[in-house]
Design a protein around this ligand. Structure first.
Ligand SMILES: *Cc1c(COP(=O)(O)O)cnc(C)c1O
Ligand code: SF4
Length: 371
């Protein structure tokens, strides 16, 4: 399929072409994907709430014969998005509440989230930041950038800045460099992290030019967002390998999504393929109660069971930490199977990965008899 695309579209490997030719309406989508009249109407209805944008590359991964294709489900609107669960929030993580200046979320002691753009190359149907993403293509203005930098400068405790959005790698290399070089000039900023889905949805963006720029501002870490093994292709693998070869540790955050990756086999295949590409699974997120995405939410137990079925069975490197980002701004809470059967001052009784029972005796204080 890819070869055909490259012959048909000579600019296929140019990320600016991919971005400019994103599928943003029903007419364009129809050309790639057969749609019934009802589906077309449904998509139109959804587009009033949250817009669509699919890169030609990501769309080429859709299996048109499968209505429940995992690539399709993440990119093509579903009428279920118009259903608002009574428990849905516009801003479930209360990011606005922890925002001291526009574009900065300061929730933890030593690090901030820095939302530099509302643009993404693709609008994921399950996006938790739907409230800001995709409304309009707004990049931070110079004035807002200076105010945000000023905040970081005035807070000496901030040693980790997580540059996110939207997707920072959708910005021009120059604009991104301006932000990174400004952050690097702040002595207490130690690591800079970038959150991006570009390696998954527009891997051609990972160019030598971009990596050459990023390398100047080390230590840089990147987290990407693969949700399904089908997203791992020669193109995304090339992008990930190039990032790691630039000396940038690459992590992955997966969102647990009903009907997409909510079973142990899919998750295991995904995690092993990530590790093969030298991408380290970082978090597995319970899907947030963001507005219009309740059809993607699973029961919490599903995530606990999946991670339990991986722990011990495959390399520890391939097992992500399962977290719930606590609604209301509580931050990420790790949750998982409880391997402790009982615990007192004398001993801890443990269940191991495959169900065996083991005892760890606690250290006992020792005294000389005549003390
Ligand atoms: C996720 C997040 C971070 C980063 O948390 P880590 O656990 O260090 O990856 C920082 N700030 C906010 C507001 C976040 O949501
Ligand atoms: S790339 Fe991230 S911010 Fe953008 S739509 Fe997808 S999940 Fe949301």
């Amino acid at each position: 399929m890819d070869k055909d695309m490259r012959l048909k579209y000579p600019a296929w490997d140019d990320w600016k072409w991919q971005f400019a030719n994103r599928i943003t309406n029903v007419q364009k989508l129809e050309k790639q994907l057969p749609l019934t009249e009802t589906e077309k109407e449904d998509i139109q209805t959804c587009l009033k709430c949250f817009r669509m944008a699919i890169t030609p590359y990501y769309a080429s991964l859709i299996d048109a014969s499968d209505k429940n294709d995992p690539i399709r489900m993440q990119s093509v609107p579903s009428i279920k998005e118009t259903y608002i669960d009574g428990n849905d929030f516009l801003d479930p993580l209360d990011e606005e509440g922890d925002s001291p200046v526009p574009h900065i979320v300061h929730r933890y002691p030593d690090r901030v989230l820095f939302l530099v753009t509302c643009k993404c190359s693709m609008y994921c149907r399950h996006c938790t930041r739907r409230r800001i993403v995709g409304e309009e293509d707004r990049i931070i203005t110079e004035k807002e950038l200076q105010a945000a930098l000023d905040y970081i400068r005035r807070h000496g405790e901030i040693r980790d800045v997580l540059v996110s959005g939207g997707d920072p790698l959708v910005m021009s290399t120059e604009k991104l460099e301006h932000i990174l070089s400004s952050l690097r000039q702040i002595p207490h900023v130690d690591i800079i992290r970038i959150g991006t889905r570009v390696p998954v949805v527009m891997p051609m963006r990972i160019t030598d030019e971009l990596l050459g720029m990023l390398k100047k501002y080390h230590p840089i870490w990147i987290n990407t967002h693969f949700n399904h093994p089908r997203e791992i292709t020669p193109d995304s693998e090339r992008a990930c390998t190039a990032i790691v070869d630039a000396g940038i540790p690459l992590g992955n955050q997966t969102v647990l999504l009903k009907g997409i990756n909510d079973n142990a086999e899919t998750m295991k295949e995904l995690m092993l393929k990530l590790v093969h590409m030298r991408v380290r699974p970082y978090y597995l997120y319970q899907c947030d109660p963001s507005r219009g995405i309740s059809h993607f939410r699973t029961r919490v137990q599903t995530g606990i069971d999946i991670v339990h079925s991986l722990q011990g069975y495959i390399s520890g490197y391939a097992v992500p930490k399962f977290v719930i980002d606590a609604p209301g701004g509580g931050g990420k809470v790790p949750i998982g199977y409880d391997y402790v059967i009982s615990k007192d001052d004398k001993e801890v009784v443990l269940e191991n990965w495959n169900g065996g029972k083991y005892v760890y005796r606690q250290p006992q204080d020792w005294y000389r008899p005549d003390d």
